[in-house]
Each structure stands twice: as C-alpha cells, then as structure tokens.
Write a protein that binds this ligand. Sequence first.
Ligand SMILES: C[S@@+](CC[C@H](N)C(=O)[O-])C[C@H]1O[C@@H](n2cnc3c(N)ncnc32)[C@H](O)[C@@H]1O
Length: 340
Amino acid sequence: MTWSQLDWNILDRLRAGFIGGTAAQGPYWQSEEDLAHYDLTYAERIGWKWDAVLREVRQRGWAPRGGLLMDWGCGSGVASRRVLKAFGAERFDSLVVWDHSALATDYVSQRAAKDWPALDCATATPGFLEAGSPIGLLVISHVLNELDEAGIAALRRLILRSESVLWVEPGTKDVGRGLQAVRDTLLPEFRTVAPCTHDKPCPLLAAGRENDWCHFFAAPPGEIFANSDWVKFGQRAGIDLRSLPYCFLLLERRPAAEGTGQAHDGTLSRVIGRPEFFKPYARLLNCDASGAAELTLQKRDDKALLKALEKAKGPLVYHWEREDNFIRTGQRFGEAPAEA
Ligand SMILES: C[S@@+](CC[C@H](N)C(=O)[O-])C[C@H]1O[C@@H](n2cnc3c(N)ncnc32)[C@H](O)[C@@H]1O
C-alpha cells in the first residue's frame, strides 16, 4: 500500500465511523484494503504516540519481562509492532492477537509472519480468551471508546492475567477520564509505573476536578511536515498533524508480598497537558502524591527553569521546591542539575 493508491472513500468511511460512534456498534473492517489504508495513515499517527510512550518508559528503565505478548483490539497491529521494534521480538515467547474482526487478526498475523518469522504468532482462540494462563505484556490501543460493558469486562479478565499492561488512548476528555477510572479499579493488583508518579487514587477524579483529565502531547516526526503526502492527508482528513494528544497507562502487577504499598518515592510531580506561558510566569496543572493543583512558576523565582520548561519536549516530570502553589525552583527527572 502506498500513498498513490489511497482511496479516500475508504478513509472517509473509517473516519466517519470513528467520529460518529458507529465504530462502537460492531466490527467495521470490510476488507484487507481497509486495514492497509488505516495502517498507512491513522494507525501511523497512533504509532507516533506509541513512540513517545515507549521512549518514556525506556527512559525510566522499564522493559517487559517477556513471556507472551498480546495485542487486544489489534486493528492493523501498530501497537504490538511498535513494542516488538522497541524491545526486540526475541524478548517474547510468542505474540497472540485478538480483535472481534477476523480481518484484523489475519492482517496482523500475516504481517508478523513476514516481519518476525522466528516469532510464534497466533490469533487468540476462545479457549485462550477464557483460560487463566499468564500474559507477559498486554498491549491495548485506541479501543476504549468502542467498548460496551461486556467488552470492558472481557478486557479486564485479560488484564488480571497480565504481568504488565501498556495501554495508549487518544487524549480526549472522555477517554482520558475513562482510563483514569480503569486505573483506579486496578490499584489493588497493579502499580502504575507511568504516567503517575504515585500510587494514590487518581487526583483528577476527585470532586471539583470534573473538567480536568490526564493527557499529554506527543511530537510527530519532524519530517512529515515536509512530506507532501502527509500534508495533503492532514488537510483532506481535517487533522492537525502537529497536535498529538494522548493518554496512557503502564501497569505492573504488584508482587504478592507487597500488598498495596507505595511503588514511587512520592517526591516526583507530573505536569498534565501543557503549561500555559504568560510573560512573567507559567501556570500548570500538577499531579503528585498530594493531589492535583494549579501551580505558578514566576520568572523572578527561577528564570532558567521557566525558559527550560518552555522548551521542554517529552514527559514533564519534576522534583519541585514549592511554597504552597508557587514553584520556587525545580529539577527535571533524569536531567543533571543546572550549573550554578
Ligand atoms: C480504532 S481501532 C484501533 C486498532 C489498533 N489497536 C490501533 O491502535 O491502531 C479499534 C479496534 O478495536 C477492535 N474492537 C472494538 N471492540 C472490540 C471488542 N469488543 N473486542 C475485540 N476487538 C474490538 C476493532 O475491531 C478495531 O480493530
């Protein structure tokens, strides 16, 4: 599939289903061509979000422990492909794919057989879906708003069989808050490695925070803006390619002995969404173990930090020194302290 073969009837139909909600009414892939069209365009854009998430979790020193990799709601398989590329197919014993469309599972299995001939890849059988056998890493991508209660329950059963779960969704308010709620229901069994810097119930679900949601922005590869195919695609599809809002969860099963104890040291904060910059200060929504709060960083308190925050790319995770809701100074996680 190449850009010159694009059939806009297919892309328009798929997009109308995603936006209009009919995608939640049952399988919608009509042919292998649908999946190939999706894979070249919408799924590749989702892949850029996966790239951002995988960069972050690797920076944090996280890697899957191996075993069976499962891609649930696989579509054209972008999530498992990005994971296999990031960590190496040899890390996993096998790949199991599942989607309620057989066209999708066939598409992903065929691609996997070509891309990773040594990796054992299979479509989940009803027996596998009902069994209790362990799953090493479960990947889930852009599926939450297509699920009814039965779909969520089926997914939940698989999550509870998994050692780790990596789940990426669009950064819209409804989906973001939905993912926050799922996280909280799983807290007894799983610790949140990322994006949270704590293991407390999600502060953005607290009363009074109904208008906030956990989300971030990924940067697409710079070269797409000089690529006429992508530029035309963005215009024709009505998508701002610069803006890639996403939310995600990396969950790790708690060791049995750990109970619900803290996995984080509680000193780190994460900035939600984007900070807002005004001339003498920045304002941001902060999340940490003490809750969520709107914080202000004034230029007069730390000019260099304000400048660095404005330029910062990637996850905004910091050790702040605060007085009430004012940040006096701070240190970005993973960066060396600035020279005095
Ligand atoms: C928007 S696509 C995302 C595909 C892929 N995960 C990605 O990120 O590109 C949603 C996928 O979930 C599948 N799906 C929706 N509801 C499902 C369900 N209840 N069980 C299994 N798959 C489901 C759809 O068939 C579709 O392939």
